[in-house]
Design a protein around this ligand. Structure first.
Ligand SMILES: [Zn+2]
Length: 269
């Protein structure tokens, strides 16, 4: 989103083209015409969604699905990019393409004043880097939850926008087992988890990546994959907190709700 914001804020869209009628659901009627000639006021992120605000009072919701990415360039491509469903060109020569091979993404249009009432946004929990995400708020959201904490943190109604990798990393930092009952994460544990989540996100953002999948290099590559994670993808490797064999066998992996969880079985309780 940082790249998009830098290239689009204050700019007028010269041309918008939709190359298919839908992604996960149909595009709003007349979207391309609505975008053409519009001035972009700015961007807002909410959970995994991007909101592009236009000067005429409308907001365009953009959700990149699992396979989605944004291509940004200042030249026209020589050939059509496969699976590029939306193309926007600014009057100052930037070209933004939305690529989503599996088409799990979404684009929608709403009045800016009604963003938070949109059906995809209305049920979202607080932003992890926002002031509302406090240990008390997290404990309250987890109260009575009989699922593992790992699954609860991926539930967007508890906290918005956390992906699988960030949840693994934050639980490691907080020293909390991914299998721990969500409802039991309160008090000092919630007090450790909130700053651990924030620190994980802030470090990744500083390193130029984000699992929110809205941050792409000008080459179209996600900075995300270049980040050195502490546990994610490191099954069997030594953990930075442990002495190594024979005292411990390193980072373990388990599958929870169909997703891989990486953790230290010795220090995460
Ligand atoms: Zn360890």
């Amino acid at each position: 989103m940082r790249f998009l914001a830098a290239r689009l804020t204050g700019r007028v869209i010269r041309r918008a083209e939709l190359r298919r009628p839908d992604l996960r659901f149909p595009f709003p009627d007349g979207l391309a015409a609505r975008l053409t000639g519009a001035r972009v006021l700015g961007f807002r992120r909410r959970g995994k969604y991007m909101l592009m605000r236009l000067a005429d009072g409308a907001s365009v919701l953009i959700h990149l699905g699992m396979s989605g990415r944004v291509l940004l360039s200042d030249t026209l491509p020589n050939a059509e990019t496969p699976h590029e469903h939306l193309v926007i060109e600014t009057e100052d020569g930037w070209r933004i393409g939305l690529v989503d091979p599996r088409r799990f993404g979404a684009i929608d249009l709403m009045p800016t004043a009604e963003e938070d009432r949109h059906r995809l946004l209305a049920g979202l929990g607080p932003e992890p880097l926002g002031p509302e995400f406090t240990p008390d708020a997290l404990s309250a959201a987890l109260k009575g939850k009989r699922t593992p904490i790992k699954a609860a943190l991926l539930d967007q109604s508890v906290v918005a926008g956390l992906g699988n990798i960030y949840v693994c990393e934050a639980l490691f930092r907080a020293g909390i087992s991914p299998r721990r009952l969500a409802a039991s994460v309160a008090g000092t544990r919630a007090g450790r988890l909130v700053p651990a989540i924030r620190a994980t996100l802030q470090e990744a953002i500083a390193a130029g990546g984000s699992s929110l999948r809205d941050y792409v290099q000008p080459t179209g590559e996600l900075g995300y994959f270049q980040h050195a994670w502490k546990v994610y993808g490191r099954e069997g490797e030594a953990c930075e907190r442990c002495p190594g064999p024979p005292a411990c066998r390193g980072i373990a992996r388990l599958v929870q709700s169909g997703r891989s969880t990486f953790f230290c079985p010795r220090t995460q309780r």
